[in-house]
Design a protein around this ligand. Sequence first.
Ligand code: NAI
Ligand code: 15L
Length: 266
Amino acid sequence: KPFKRLLLTGAAGGLGKILRDRIKPWADVVVLSDIADMGEAREGEEIVQCDLADKAAVMKLMEGVEAVLHFGGISTENTFENIMQANILGTANIYEAAHKLGVKRIVFASSNHTVGFYRNTDYIDAGAVTRPDSFYGVSKCFGEQLASYYWDRTGLETVALRIGSSFPEPNDRRMMVTWLSYDDLEEALRRSLFATRVGFTILFGMSNNDVAWWDNSKAAHLGYKPKDSSSQFDAKFPDSGDYPAPNASVTYHGGAFALAEVRYKA
Ligand code: NAI
Ligand code: 15L
């Protein structure tokens, strides 16, 4: 197998549960980590329950690991204090440990919420300036910048996968654009881990949907070619004949995250 030890953080989460079996062919031992319970270790797995904000625990977690799929953290909007611990400090701990221990490559689960305030009439690529729509989105921008810094400073490589909406099916009209099937997620990770050279690359995580807001041409060296399309779910969202109201969540790439009523109230 390509890796001796491959680490997945966020293993108890929605995507972590999906990836747990899918990444097994890539490593002799898959190290699964989360702050939450992950059940029993199965064959070829090791389970380490810890808080990413705990620097010493993260250093121990990463011993002997060759590559990391960093999916752990808070995955929607929250207080800045909570986001700061899990996503900002947590990601900083992962990168510093990776550098110290000689980890070669990290795939960072970034998000479309780094660019959530672009509008549905904007078609952007990885060169577009970020426009985060939440503290959550800001924390993902931080993770990307940190990854860029470690690449330039130390040669630690990252693919920042700006995931759109990775769920079994699109749940609303916006997700017809942002949907990333689980098979295409797996393919994006495979390409990100095994491309010869990635440096610091931003890849938008979307399937081959009919409508797109994001252009992946700056990540062409990864060779990611999504196979699924949200068009198979067209019947779920029939045209009503009405234009959506200007404030509808389809207005922004980040959907409801960009709407005032979703803004976190302390
Ligand atoms: P999730 O919320 O189901 O999973 C995240 C996991 O991280 C949880 O199991 C949680 O216990 C763990 N976690 C939170 N704080 C932690 C801490 N301090 N230390 C250790 N573990 C901690 O989210 P999901 O949907 O599985 O997403 C996984 C990753 O992908 C997240 O980083 C999320 O931001 C990102 N992402 C997901 C998208 C999607 O469509 N599902 C879209 C864009 C990004
Ligand atoms: C994300 O970043 C979230 O983690 C996920 O729960 C969804 O809200 C997704 O983006 C989305 O924008 O659909």
